[in-house]
Design a protein around this ligand. Structure first.
Ligand SMILES: *[C@@H]1O[C@H](CO)[C@@H](O)[C@H](O)[C@H]1NC(C)=O
Ligand SMILES: *[C@@H]1O[C@H](CO)[C@@H](O)[C@H](O)[C@H]1NC(C)=O
Ligand SMILES: *[C@@H]1O[C@H](CO)[C@@H](O)[C@H](O)[C@H]1NC(C)=O
Ligand SMILES: *[C@@H]1O[C@H](CO)[C@@H](O)[C@H](O)[C@H]1NC(C)=O
Ligand SMILES: *[C@@H]1O[C@H](CO)[C@@H](O)[C@H](O)[C@H]1NC(C)=O
Ligand SMILES: *[C@@H]1O[C@H](CO)[C@@H](O)[C@H](O)[C@H]1NC(C)=O
Length: 529
């Protein structure tokens, strides 16, 4: 494994080298993109790298959090930074003649679920687009781009024809019956697809959102790749919109894992990103005059999650309103106002002293909504709040009005740091929920690869002895953001406690986003370039 890795390092560096050689081409493309996107980013500053001093704590946390994507990678690893990981899933997709070897495992198992994986990619794209400079300042931009591409390469291969999308690799029942490292998988790896007879609108639309947002990320780096992503995104959106049906209904075997509560949010989410990526006004009409009322749930804020993208839509469309909606026609503009109003309601629910503060929080102030994977909501809300705070700051919006109390961008940012500081150890347990950060973090993470020694020769069932083992995990699941505390702020560090102790790639997408926004002390939201 060691020699293989060394060989691949060169290959990967070669890729970046070629990219930097084509920097002139990239500048030409950048200029073109500036022209295309100019209309709704006219108020955004043209400055490309302006940031204050680095806050070391958040920079360190970001460097750690980013590595969990490497922990989760499937396929033939390139430039592998995780000593205990190796190649896996190499024949995934082969039964249909596809290469589905890449992508990322979902959580503590060896499943690839496209619905949450695509959400991870969309969040990572958004983080790079807004905070690429900040990431670059602490040498995390390339790892972020690499991890994003590791997912989008897989998503491209999951979409072999316009109306067919593979949405899952592996059978969760078979997979969960084994406790094995992905490197030594012995269970069957069946594929699941959606198509015109069995559509899956939310998974197709989320994949379209991931690809459209990633096409913006790669526009400067590789225009061919970027155009290919945009083409897939457009096709997938058309498939999702034309053949409407929830994958939880058409493929009900998936209901126990990532059951979807509806697809209107993903259609709006995909169309919003497609508008930003293509500047095609029909996507703006889709989210505003055509379907805003139908799917937007205006004035009813919710929590962002792998299931509910509406809060993301509200903040993303607010961005257009903040930075140049003057060129948007009146009817469309009115709908954008509704999204922004809903985003404001959500933001007003976050600071603890707000007149409309949510009561969903722990005694010491962590947003707390669900027992399973409790950190999903506070970290997701914090990511949206740092974006919103930076949009306010950059657009010169002095205050967010919340029923008589107003908040400055800095005060909204204070809410964000309160959540992140809690996650990083300022909590009653004095425990960092980010594995590898600080002195005290979970040692018994619910994660197969982390819990089984690399040299153990275990099969499917006998691998459970490593689940049962009382020794701490032999391999550090570095960067894992575990599920999180109970409402009473306790955490039981026990390997079979998947409710609290199982990390996921989508948690990582969110924590990486919010940390990227915090690495420098003077945030500057910039253009999507
Ligand atoms: C369409 O998808 C369904 C659900 O996954 C699957 O059972 C069916 O075989 C697919 N149709 C074709 C023609 O492959
Ligand atoms: C750009 O992307 C295309 C399509 O994925 C790929 O074939 C090509 O090698 C890439 N170019 C560079 C310079 O990486
Ligand atoms: C999954 O979600 C659908 C609605 O989209 C609902 O009808 C169904 O009961 C849910 N299933 C489970 C197991 O929660
Ligand atoms: C692990 O523990 C469970 C429950 O105590 C037990 O049923 C199982 O046999 C154990 N498995 C192994 C491989 O030790
Ligand atoms: C905290 O809450 C959990 C889950 O509800 C419960 O099992 C545990 O006993 C509680 N711990 C304390 C100290 O109250
Ligand atoms: C782990 O937890 C699951 C469900 O909570 C349970 O079914 C299983 O028996 C537990 N395994 C061990 C080894 O304790």
């Amino acid at each position: 494994m060691e020699t293989k890795t060394a060989g691949n390092v060169k290959k990967s560096e070669g890729w970046f080298w070629r990219v930097s050689v084509t920097v002139i081409g990239a500048l030409v493309i950048a200029a073109a993109v500036l022209t295309i996107l100019g209309d709704f980013r006219s108020k955004a500053p043209k400055v490309h790298s302006r940031h204050g001093p680095v806050v070391q704590k958040y920079a360190d946390a970001l460097g750690i959090a980013m590595q969990f994507f490497d922990v989760q990678k499937s396929g033939k690893l390139v430039n592998n930074r995780i000593s205990w990981r190796g190649d896996s899933g190499l024949t995934d997709g082969s039964e249909e003649g596809l290469d589905l070897s890449k992508g990322m495992y979902d959580a503590g198992d060896s499943m690839k679920f496209n619905f949450p994986m695509a959400f991870t990619a969309t969040m990572l794209s958004w983080a790079i687009l807004e905070y690429g400079d900040q990431m670059n300042a602490v040498k995390q931009l390339r790892p972020a781009q690499d991890s994003l591409k590791w997912i989008t390469d897989y998503l491209i291969n999951s979409h072999p024809s316009p109306d067919v999308l593979y949405i899952q690799v592996g059978d969760p029942d078979l997979d969960h019956k084994c406790w094995q490292r992905p490197e030594s998988l012995s269970s069957q790896r069946p594929l699941t697809q959606v198509n015109t007879s069995f559509p899956g609108t939310e998974v197709a639309a989320e994949t379209a959102a991931a690809m459209a947002s990633a096409s913006l990320v790669f526009k400067k780096i590789n225009s061919t790749y970027s155009s290919s992503l945009l083409m897939h995104a457009e096709q997938l959106f058309a498939f999702a919109d034309t053949y409407q049906g929830s994958y939880s209904v058409t493929v009900p075997s998936g209901q126990r894992f990532y059951n979807s509560s509806g697809y209107g949010d993903e259609l709006l989410w995909a169309a919003s990103w497609l508008y930003l990526a293509s500047a095609d006004r029909s996507y703006l009409s889709y989210v505003t005059v055509d379907h805003g009322q139908e799917f937007g749930n205006w004035r009813r804020p919710s929590w962002i999650s792998w299931d509910d993208k509406l809060p993301g839509v509200q903040v993303l469309l607010s961005r257009i309103d903040f930075f140049g909606a003057s060129e948007v026609p009146i009817a469309e503009n009115l709908a954008l106002q509704m999204y922004r109003e809903t985003a404001e309601m959500m933001m007003c629910s976050l600071p603890p002293d707000s007149p409309t503060a949510t009561s969903s929080r722990t005694e010491s102030g962590l947003i707390w909504v669900t027992e399973w994977n409790s950190l999903l909501h506070p970290v997701g809300a914090a990511f949206l709040a740092i974006l919103y705070s930076d949009y306010m700051l950059t657009s010169g919006t002095e205050a967010l009005e919340c029923s008589g109390r107003s908040y400055s961008p800095g005060e909204l940012r204070d809410f964000v740091t309160s959540q992140v500081d809690y996650v990083l150890g300022e909590n009653p347990m004095k425990l960092s929920y980010l594995v590898g950060f600080g002195e005290n973090y979970p040692q018994y993470v619910h994660h197969r690869g982390s819990s089984i020694p690399v040299d153990a020769t275990t099969g499917c069932r006998d691998g459970f002895k490593w689940l049962n083992s009382s020794a701490p995990n032999p391999n550090l699941a570095v960067g894992a953001l575990v599920g999180g505390p109970f409402q009473n702020e306790t955490y039981s560090d026990s390997r079979n406690n998947s409710m609290q102790g199982e990390p996921s790639t989508y948690n990582s997408g969110l924590i990486v986003g919010v940390l990227s926004g915090l690495v420098t002390s003077s945030p500057v939201a910039k253009s999507f370039l």
